[in-house]
Write a protein that binds this ligand. Structure first.
Ligand code: AMP
Ligand code: ZN
Length: 115
């Protein structure tokens, strides 16, 4: 846990959200500035800045993040139409919040250009 991290504050329920899923090691909640009809963030409860800090011990939780994204995509009705899963890492990767998170984006045709 990092005291001044906004996602840690959401995990500690110090900042409000509307959880989509919560379990022992993951939390999923809507992005506050959605870029598509479906825009959900999946975060590990353990604070790590990004994939650079993820080690072998974190492989199971990384896998669960992907599985949960697919499950939420299905629950939100975009599994068949398609969706994007993105993890931004570092400044040039476009990362604004320094707590590892996965974006699940869908519900519209997304630009094929990634960068
Ligand atoms: P990134 O650029 O990958 O670090 O994305 C950070 C994302 O977090 C952005 O899409 C923000 O809109 C989102 N965000 C920031 N603060 C909050 C918050 N309090 N609740 C939900 N989403 C947030
Ligand atoms: Zn954090």
């Amino acid at each position: 846990m990092a005291n001044d991290c906004v996602f840690c504050k959401i995990i500690r329920k110090e900042v409000p959200t509307q959880p989509i899923h919560e379990d022992h090691d993951l939390l999923a909640f809507p992005d506050i500035s959605p870029i598509a009809p479906v825009h959900v963030l999946v975060v590990p409860k353990e604070h790590m800045v990004n994939l650079n800090e993820a080690g072998v011990k974190d492989v199971p939780v990384l896998g669960r993040m992907l599985r949960l994204a697919a499950r939420i995509a299905n629950e939100m009705g975009v599994a068949e139409t398609g969706y994007r899963v993105v993890i931004n890492n570092g400044d040039e990767g476009g990362q604004l919040v320094p707590h590892l998170h996965l974006h699940l984006i869908g519900g519209k045709a997304l630009d094929q250009k990634l960068g």
